[in-house]
Design a protein. Sequence first.
Length: 379
Amino acid sequence: MEFSYHNPTAIEFGEGKISAISNLIKKDQKVLFVYGFGSIKKNGAYDQVVKALENHTFFEFSGVEANPTVETMNKALEIVKKENINFILAVGGGSVIDGCKYLAAAAKYDGDAWDFLDGTAEVQDALPLGAVLTLAATGSESNNLTVVSRKSTNEKRLYFSNHSYPQFAILDASFMSTLSDQQLSNGLVDAFVHVSEQYLTKPNTTLVNDGYAETLYRGLVKLAKRWEDRRTYLWQENLMHICNQALNFQIGAGVVQDWSTHLIGHELTAFYGLDHGRSLTVVLPHLLREMIDEKGEKIAQMGENVFGIKDDNEAIIQKIEETFHSVGVATKLSDYEIDDKVIENVQNAFRSHGYLEIGENGTVTLEKVANILTRSISS
C-alpha cells in the first residue's frame, strides 16, 4: 500500500450545527451566499444561515440548477467581482457545492474557467469556500472534485483540485425533511455507485479500505430495506453520513479506481437530462456484466460480505439491481425516454474528450461502452 491522503475539510455534524458558521467565517470577509431555487426557505436552512451571518456582510445568489451550468455560475461570478467577495458559502446539495467550487476557482482566474474542465488549465488558486449540506448524495462537501456542465455544448465535465476542498461542511440531517422520495433515492444509489467505483475493481490487500467499503455497502442496503422509514431523522442522518464517507476518497486511498460508470452517466445527463443517480443505475449493473471477467473476483467478495451470496456473480448483480429497485430507481435505459442515437452520442462525446480506454485496467473501450448501453437498452 502506498498513498497520500489529506482532507482539510472540517465537518460539523448534527442538528443546529449551522450556528457554527458565525465563527467559521471571519467577520471581515464579504460572503456570497449561494443556493438553488428556494427549497432552503422551506426546510429552515435559509433563516438559520441569515441568523449565523448577522454580523457579516453578505450577498445572495440563487438559481443553481440540479446539474450546475457554467452559464449560471458565471452570473454569480459577476457579483463576486463587482462586490469584491472573498468567501463563498454554498447551501444546498452537491450541485450547489460543485457550482460554487467552480465559482471559487473562476474568481481567481483571468481566462474562461471552462479551461479547468477541458483540461487546458489547472486551478492555481481559489476563494475560500464553506458548505451547508441539505441533500445527501455526492460527498462534494468534503472532497476535491468539481463537476459542472456547459449547456451550450451539452457537456458535463469534471476536474480535481486541492484548492476545491471546502474549509468546512455543516451536515444537519434535519434539512432533509422536505426532500422528495426521488431525491432520497437518488442520494442512496449515488453513494452505492461511489463505493463501487472504488471497490469493484481489482483484488487488493487493503483490509481497511475493503472492510470500510463493505460497511458502507451494508449500511446502504439496510437503509434500502428500511425504505418505509425514510421520513425519520435517524434514517436520514445515516444516509447523510454514509454519502459523505462514500466519496471523501478515504476508501479509494491506495487502491485502483474505475469511474467508468460515472463517465458514461455524465453523458446521459448531458444529452438527456437524467438525474445523476439514475444515470448511474442504468449503467452499473450492465457494466459489471460486460466486465465480469475482470471484476469477477471483487464482485464475488462483495456478494459474500455484503449480501451473503457465494459463487454466483449474476445473482449478486441481480441483488444490486433489486436494491436499486427497492427504492424506486430503474436500472434500464429503456425505462426512460432515450432516442436511438444514445450510443452514437455517448461514443462521440467520449472521442471528443479522449475517453478511449477507461476503467481500472484501461479496457473499457468505445466498443465496450456500446455493449454496456446495448445491455441497458434491451428489455
